[in-house]
Design a binder for this molecule. Structure first.
Ligand SMILES: [Zn+2]
Length: 202
């Protein structure tokens, strides 16, 4: 497919990247821009494949059942909005994982950024320092922070998650966790990063 925009600054005619690589980089850049509060879209009433944790939220804005922002649930027995929030997050990370898999396979700088990524337990926090480097390194660092925030959120919800999610959704959550632990946490889990941070402090 030819590039139909001759003035495009991100895709000069001699660019070695395929359209698929450019599209995946563009999608990840968009997801990361959303993590800047100035560029975040408001949370839709019925979120679908939307990252509800892309920005910091105050406790007054979050549901007391599931702690996600954007809705307020009353009871774990009528947790439809809580389930929709969690399924939206799983869908968001499934989309990110598809882009990561393509870039890991087809874009050398991205594969290098993944291999050099050094996730830490503290990166789950909103105020974790930004990671500097080329675009690929910045993307991997920012996605790692957001993914750790998601994992940390889920680990706080664990007994409730079993109640809120259907069997199929639990399966999707486990599958995406395994995939993204491999891509973004060098195969570690959140718990292992926590234990490593404890050991390093001793
Ligand atoms: Zn909720």
């Amino acid at each position: 497919m030819a590039d139909s925009s001759p003035n495009s600054s991100i895709a000069p005619s001699n660019d070695p990247h395929s359209n698929e690589v450019l599209a995946a980089l563009g999608a990840l850049l968009k997801a990361v821009q959303e993590m800047n509060p100035a560029h975040a879209r408001p949370i839709p009433p019925h979120p679908v494949r939307f990252n509800l944790l892309s920005r910091p939220s105050r406790s007054a804005q979050t549901c007391r059942i599931c702690n996600f922002p954007g809705h307020h649930g009353d009871s774990i027995h009528y947790a439809g909005a809580c389930k929709a929030a969690m399924v939206s997050m799983v869908g968001f990370w499934e989309d990110i994982a598809a882009h990561l898999a393509l870039l890991y396979r087809e874009h050398q700088l991205f594969q290098t950024a993944i291999k050099n990524n050094k996730p830490t337990y503290d990166m789950r926090l909103d105020n974790a320092p930004a990671i500097a480097g080329n675009m690929e390194t910045v993307l991997v660092g920012r996605l790692t922070r957001s993914y750790l925030k998601f994992q940390s959120h889920c680990s706080g919800l664990r007994p409730k998650l079993l109640h809120i999610l259907s069997e199929g959704d639990k399966h999707r959550y486990c599958a995406i966790t395994n995939t993204l632990n491999d891509f973004l946490l060098n195969g570690s889990t959140l718990t292992e990063l926590f234990e490593r941070s404890l050991a390093e402090r001793q």
